[in-house]
Design a protein around this ligand. Structure first.
Ligand code: 13P
Length: 246
């Protein structure tokens, strides 16, 4: 049975007070597609205002610290995200795995901290271009998964985002066959570990123009969208394509 599609926007380090109006426009437009779960993961400092501006619409964070509290200057805990009105958070995005040197062990601890606080988690994995070209993409991503998956999770609160690093913000997208092969491998691991039902999102240069093709691939249950999630005019066609794909 097809899983309900999930389209999440990752605003990365974009968004000021003035952009709350766009969040409201996106949330309002998303309501026309009740067959799709839609969320926006915004900068931490905007979460509370965004959540207040769009009650009932899912607002998420982009990262979380693994510790409950303590001497971690500049960090945000899962309880803080939840308290601010977030319903979910991204963990393990490749930009953080790279720039902040986040390890699989750390990503796993972050996922577990978020789940323990009642937040949904989008856990990201993905290979570099060098790894893809060397033929090691599946092996690398499966190893990342093995290292970063939380010990236990319910299907409703965990999603995996497969984001090939070389496809992020580049306009390059893997072939349909490459996406299908990777999602099938991820599905196999998830089913073994938790049973069926965990959604697998594709991320990396998803746009209105390629969304229908991507959502048509087996085992693609949605998308994690960067640049095209910033404007309603770019994002809603992706949500519409998810709705049409069913
Ligand atoms: P783009 O959609 O801008 O390629 O970004 C993808 C991404 O990194 C989402 O987390």
């Amino acid at each position: 049975m097809a899983l309900k599609k999930f389209v999440a926007g990752n605003w990365k380090m974009h968004g000021l007070s003035a952009d709350l109006a766009e969040i409201k426009v996106i949330a309002d437009a998303s309501r026309q597609y009740p067959g799709v779960d839609v969320a926006l993961c915004v900068p931490a400092i905007l979460i509370e205002r965004a959540a207040r501006a769009v009650p009932g619409f899912a607002i998420g964070g982009q990262d979380v610290h693994h510790a409950e509290k303590g001497a971690h200057t500049g960090s945000v805990s899962a309880q803080m995200l939840h308290d601010a009105g977030a319903g979910l958070t991204i963990v393990g995005h490749s930009e953080r795995r790279d720039a902040q040197r986040e390890s699989d062990v750390e990503v796993k601890a972050k996922a577990e901290a978020a789940l323990a606080c009642g937040l949904g988690v989008i856990l990201c994995v993905g290979e570099s271009l060098a790894v893809r070209e060397a033929g090691g993409a599946i092996e690398t991503v499966v190893a990342q998964l093995e290292g970063s998956l939380p010990e236990s999770a319910k299907a409703a609160s965990l999603a995996i985002a497969y984001e090939p690093i070389w496809a992020i913000g580049t306009g390059k997208v893997p072939t349909v066959a490459e996406i299908a092969e990777m999602h099938r491998a991820i599905r196999g691991r998830l089913d073994e570990r938790y049973g069926a039902g965990i959604r697998i999102l594709y991320g990396g240069s998803v746009k209105g123009s390629n969304a229908a093709e991507i959502f048509g691939v087996a085992d693609v249950d949605g998308a994690l969208v960067g640049g095209a999630s910033l404007k309603c005019a770019d994002f809603i066609p992706i949500v519409a394509a998810a709705a049409a794909a069913g």
